[in-house]
Design a protein around this ligand. Structure first.
Ligand code: SF4
Ligand code: SF4
Length: 214
């Protein structure tokens, strides 16, 4: 899938060749790199800036509901001026589409800019992993957890378009699939509210995982 974000850059599905190219630009000569790049195919995206590969990132499934996040970018990634919101939106979209409720990542302890960025994405620091890096230095473990329990109850609402109010109903949204996922998640209609908005309007149903957070 290809989405045009601005006139300057587009976002499309990640391909193994993107990872190979990015690692070569980083000067990586790990013999396992090509295999890893192929394994990462499937749940990821690449950002192309004026025809040049600028960043690729994605998720690798660990087990049901749990994935590891990864990202590859050139050392001079700053020159592309990629809006970090793009990566954040895409991350949440991939989590919802593939039904991951926990995504984790590690960041070198001596890379404060990486820690700052991942915290901005919504990850929370869970601890320190000693000697986790290839040079035996430590990493921080980060994770982001989706509070949604996939009960689908919030998709049973009647929306009075243009009137700005809603009502709970027994009729489910036509876009809700049998496994309680949204069939149009990346392209939801304007009236569809985020869970955060529902918290604000006190619309979330009893038992919703977001309620426990507040
Ligand atoms: S009601 Fe809450 S837990 Fe249930 S699907 Fe909606 S956001 Fe998720
Ligand atoms: S559009 Fe998707 S998220 Fe929104 S109410 Fe319908 S099924 Fe739920």
């Amino acid at each position: 899938m290809v989405e045009t974000l601005t006139e300057l850059y587009v976002i499309r599905d990640y391909e193994a060749a993107d990872g190979v190219e990015m690692l070569a630009r980083q000067g990586c000569n790990d013999p396992d790199a090509e295999k890893w790049c192929a394994e990462a195919e499937g749940i990821g995206f690449s950002i192309i800036y004026e025809g040049e590969l600028a960043l690729c990132a994605g998720l690798i499934k660990e087990r049901k509901g749990v994935a590891q996040a990864w990202a590859l970018y050139p050392l001079d990634v700053g020159k592309y001026h990629i809006d970090p919101k793009v990566a954040r939106d895409k991350l949440y979209e991939l989590m919802a589409e593939h039904n991951f409720w926990r995504v984790f990542a590690t960041v070198r302890c001596d890379f404060p800019a990486g820690a700052k960025y991942i915290e901005w994405l919504g990850f929370e620091r869970e601890g320190r992993m000693e000697q986790n890096e290839p040079d035996r230095s430590d990493s921080f473990l980060y994770a982001i957890t989706d509070k949604c329990l996939r009960c689908g109850k919030c998709c049973y609402l009647t929306y009075y378009e243009g009137k700005g109010n809603t009502e709970r109903t027994s009729k489910k949204c036509q876009n809700l699939t049998e496994d309680n996922l949204c069939a149009v998640y990346s392209n939801r209609p304007e009236w569809c509210m985020t869970a955060e908005k529902m918290v604000e309007l006190d619309l979330l149903p009893e038992g919703c995982g977001y309620i426990k957070e507040i």
